[in-house]
Design a protein around this ligand. Structure first.
Ligand code: SF4
Length: 668
C-alpha cells in the first residue's frame, strides 16, 4: 500500500519498549507501508523531518556535494533562524548559490510559518499511552502530532491510559481512543484477517531512537493474557478482561532471532501466569526456547548483524543509527594505532563519524574499507553470560503448589517476583518463598504496594519479613516499595495521591530513605534496622523525623557528640517533652499537605515553636559554604567511616504520645 505510518511513544520515562507499537510496525510493514518510530520531543522531530527534506532538495539542485554532512547546521538554522548558521553553510562557494540559499530559507519558513501543517505527510499516526500520571505529556504529544496527519481520523491512540481514561483523552485531544487490545481482525484495514495482538514484535524499530530502555537485550512476550482476579488497585481487569490460558511463544522467538540475533533474556509480561491451565506446557516451551535453568548466552557479532540488516534493507532508519554506533564502538576498542588510523580514515572519509551525517551507502562503503581487518580481528574470549527469565509483573503467591515451585526451578528464572501487595497474603507469600527456596531458587523480588488502603506499618512489616527471610533461608529478596497511584479521578493525572492512612510527611520520609537505597531493599538486617528502625515504634519515629534529619541521619546523630542545639538527640527531646495536646498540634502541622517549612510568623506556644524549628529545611545550611552547618558537615565528612560505627548503634526512639506509643528515648 506504501502508506506513511508514524508510530510514537510520548517522551516519558519507561523501562519497557512499546510492545503494541512493535506489533503495529510488523502489521504495517506486512502491508508494504513505510513505518517510522519516534520517541522524543515532537518539535525536534518536525524540524528534523524538514531538515531531511531540505537536504533532499539541495542534493537535487547541487548533486555533486554531500549535503547530508551539513545536517546539523541546516537543522540549527531552521530551528533558530540565526544567520550564523546559514553563513556556516558557505553557500557562496557554489555556482548556484542563490538558488541554494533560497531553498534553505524556504525550509526555514516552512517550519516557522507552519506550512508543513498545510501539507501533512502521514497517512496514519499511532500513539501509545501508559500511566495515567503521564496524562499531560501524552495529551501534549497527541495535540502536537495532530497537524502532521492527513486526517485526524487517522490518528490512533491506544494503550493503558487511552483505555482507562478514554473520555478524558477524547475531551483533551478530540481523538476517540482505541480501548483494550487489538484482538479483532480488520480493526485497522477492512477485510484484513490478522490479529495484531498476536503478531511478532518488530524489534528493529527500537534502533530508531536514542532512548535506551532499561530492559533491553531481551525477548518480550506474553504467554497468557488477563488475570483471574480483580484487585481494586489494578488496571488489568479493564485492560485485558478475558483470561487467556496460552499464547504460543517459540515461533515468535525464532523470528526475532533470525533478524536481530539471539537475545540474552526472556521478559514475560503475563499478569497471572500461575492461573494458566497450560502452565506445564508454558514451562516446556520456555525450556525449548533455550531458557532452561543454567542456560547461557554468548553475544553475537552485532556489527556484522547490523551490516547484514542494512544490506537486506531491514529498517534502514534504525540500522543506519545502530551500524554507526557500533562502528564508533569498534573504533574505540582498537588498540593497534595503525589499524585505528585506518578505520578512523574510512569513517572520516565517508562522513560516518557522526550519526547525523551518515548514510546507508557511506556506512557500507566505510565498512568495506576495513571489513577484512574486522573479520580477521582477534575477538577476545567472552565468557557466556547467564540467561534469565523474568515474569516481570510478578506471580501470584496464592496459587503456589510444590509442583509449581518445582516447575519454576527448571527454568532460568531470576529473580522470581512474587507479589506481596499487602499483609493479607502474608501466609501464602511465606509458603511460596519457602517452597521455591526448597527447590533451589535463590533470587526473589517484589513490588510492595503502599499508600493504598494499608497502614504505614504494613509496609514496614513486609520489608522486615523480606530481610529476615533472606537470613533464615539464605536467599536474596529485593523489595521495591511502590507507591499507589489511583487509576481514575483526582490525582490520577499526577503523583500526589495520599492514601487514607498516609500523609505527605510519611510519604516523604519513606521516599527519603528509599532514595539512599535506589528505591530497593535488599539483604542485610542490620542495614534495614538502621534505615527503617529496629521496631515498629522506631519506624513511626522515623516517619515523624524532619526530612533533613532523615537524609543526613548520621550527621545529625554525630552532632549529639557536640551537644549541638540541632542534634538528633535535641530533636527527640523536643518532641518527647511535648504533652499529648502539643504533640497532636505539631503533627497536624507537619502532616499537612502543604507543609514544607515552619511558618515563622505563626505562634503555637513556646514548646511547639521550638519543636517545629527542627523542621526547617537545613539543606542549604549544610551544603552552602556560608551555611550555619557547612563547616561541621565538612568535619563530619572527614571522619573515617569506622570511627562512626558507634553512631550506627544508637537508638532512635522518641516518646510519641498522640497515638498510644510510649517509647523510651534511649538517648535521654
Ligand atoms: S492478581 Fe495481580 S494482575 Fe491480577 S488483578 Fe490482582 S494485581 Fe492485577
Amino acid at each position: 500500500m506504501n502508506r506513511k505510518i508514524l508510530l510514537v511513544e510520548p517522551n516519558y520515562k519507561n523501562k519497557f519498549p512499546p510492545v503494541a507499537l512493535m506489533k503495529l510496525s510488523t502489521y504495517y510493514k506486512s502491508k508494504g507501508d513505510c513505518v517510522v518510530f519516534y520517541k522524543g520531543d515532537i518539535k525536534a522531530f518536525i524540524i528534523n523531518q524538514i531538515t531531511e527534506q531540505c537536504i533532499e532538495k539541495l542534493n537535487s539542485v547541487q548533486p555533486d556535494y554531500d549535503w547530508k554532512i551539513k545536517h546539523d547546521v541546516i537543522f540549527n538554522y531552521i530551528h533558530t533562524r540565526k544567520s550564523m548558521y546559514i553563513e556556516a553553510l558557505n553557500l557562496d562557494t557554489f555556482e548556484c548559490a542563490q538558488i541554494l540559499t533560497n531553498w534553505v530559507k524556504y525550509y526555514k519558513d516552512y517550519y516557522w510559518k507552519k506550512t508543513y501543517e498545510k501539507e501533512p505527510e502521514w497517512d496514519r499516526i499511532c500513539v501509545t499511552t501508559l500511566f495515567t500520571f503521564y496524562f499531560d505529556i501524552t495529551v501534549r504529544t497527541i495535540n502536537e502530532l495532530k497537524p502532521l496527519a492527513k486526517s485526524t481520523k487517522d490518528i490512533m491512540v491506544g494503550g493503558v491510559l487511552a483505555t482507562l481514561q478514554s473520555e478524558e483523552i477524547e475531551k483533551a485531544t478530540g481523538i476517540v481512543p482505541h480501548k483494550g487490545l487489538l484482538i479483532t481482525p480488520g480493526e485497522l484495514d477492512e477485510g484484513d484477517t490478522q490479529i495484531i495482538d498476536q503478531l511478532p514484535l518488530d524489534y528493529t524499530i527500537l534502533e530508531e531512537t536514542d532512548y535506551k530502555y532499561d530492559m533491553s537485550n531481551a525477548y518480550y512476550a506474553y504467554l497468557t493474557r488477563g488475570c483471574i482476579r480483580h484487585c481494586s488497585f489494578c488496571a488489568v481487569s479493564k485492560l485485558e478482561p478475558h483470561y487467556q490460558d496460552y499464547i504460543p511463544l517459540q515461533d515468535r522467538i525464532k523470528e526475532v532471532e533470525e533478524i536481530c540475533g539471539p537475545q540474552k533474556n526472556l521478559l514475560l509480561m503475563d499478569n497471572n501466569v500461575l492461573a494458566s491451565k497450560a502452565f506445564d506446557k508454558i514451562i516446556e516451551e520456555i525450556i525449548a526456547c533455550g531458557f532452561q535453568a543454567g542456560a547461557t548466552y554468548t553475544e553475537p557479532d552485532l556489527l556484522k548483524l547490523s551490516i547484514d540488516n542494512l544490506i537486506k534493507g531491514r529498517n534502514d532508519r534504525g540500522y543506519i543509527r545502530k551500524t554507526q554506533r557500533l562502528m564508533c564502538d569498534y573504533l574505540q576498542s582498537i588498540k593497534d594505532k595503525e589499524l585505528s588510523y585506518k578505520v578512523y580514515c574510512a569513517m572520516e572519509n565517508n562522513h560516518v563519524l557522526k550519526y547525523e551525517t551518515s548514510t546507508k551507502k557511506a556506512l557500507l562503503q566505510a565498512y568495506s574499507e576495513f571489513k577484512e581487518d574486522y573479520e580477521n580481528r582477534n575477538v577476545p574470549f567472552k565468557r557466556p553470560r547467564q540467561r534469565t527469565v523474568d515474569f516481570n509483573q510478578g506471580v501470584d503467591a496464592r496459587l503456589f503448589t510444590p509442583h509449581i515451585a518445582k516447575q519454576l526451578s527448571r527454568i532460568a528464572i531470576s529473580p522470581l517476583r512474587i507479589a506481596f501487595d499487602s499483609m493479607s497474603v502474608k501466609e501464602p507469600y511465606l509458603n511460596a518463598i519457602r517452597m521455591c527456596a526448597s527447590n533451589g531458587l535463590r533470587n526473589f523480588s517484589n513490588y510492595l504496594l503502599y499508600n493504598f488502603k494499608d497502614e504505614p506499618i504494613d509496609l514496614y512489616r513486609r520489608m522486615r519479613i523480606n530481610v529476615e527471610l533472606c537470613e533464615d533461608l539464605n536467599v536474596n529478596i529485593y523489595s521495591f516499595p511502590m507507591k499507589y497511584h489511583p487509576l481514575y479521578g483526582e490525582h490520577s493525572h499526577d503523583r500526589n495521591y495520599i492514601g487514607v492512612h498516609w500523609n505527605k510527611k510519611y510519604i516523604r520520609a519513606v521516599q527519603a530513605v528509599l532514595n539512599s537505597t535506589k528505591g530497593m531493599i535488599g539483604r542485610g538486617v542490620s542495614y534495614f534496622y538502621k534505615a527503617f528502625g529496629n521496631t515498629e515504634e522506631e519506624f513511626y519515629t522515623l516517619l515523624e523525623m524532619p526530612d533533613t534529619y532523615i537524609i543526613y541521619r548520621f550527621f545529625f546523630e554525630w552532632l549529639d557528640t557536640k551537644d549541638h542545639p540541632l542534634s538528633m538527640c535535641k530533636w527527640r527531646e523536643a518532641i518527647s517533652e511535648l504533652n499529648a495536646e502539643e504533640q497532636s498540634l505539631l503533627f497536624s502541622i507537619i502532616h499537612a499537605e502543604n507543609f514544607t517549612q515552619p511558618d515563622s510568623s505563626a505562634d503555637y506556644g513556646e514548646r511547639v515553636n521550638y519543636a517545629l524549628s527542627f523542621y526547617k529545611n537545613y539543606r542549604d545550611d549544610i551544603s552552602e559554604s556560608d551555611g550555619s552547618l557547612y563547616s561541621l558537615k565538612k568535619e563530619f565528612d572527614s571522619i573515617p567511616k569506622a570511627e562512626l560505627n558507634y553512631i550506627k548503634t544508637s537508638g532512635n526512639g522518641i516518646i510519641v504520645r498522640h497515638n498510644g506509643f510510649q517509647i523510651t528515648n534511649k538517648k535521654s
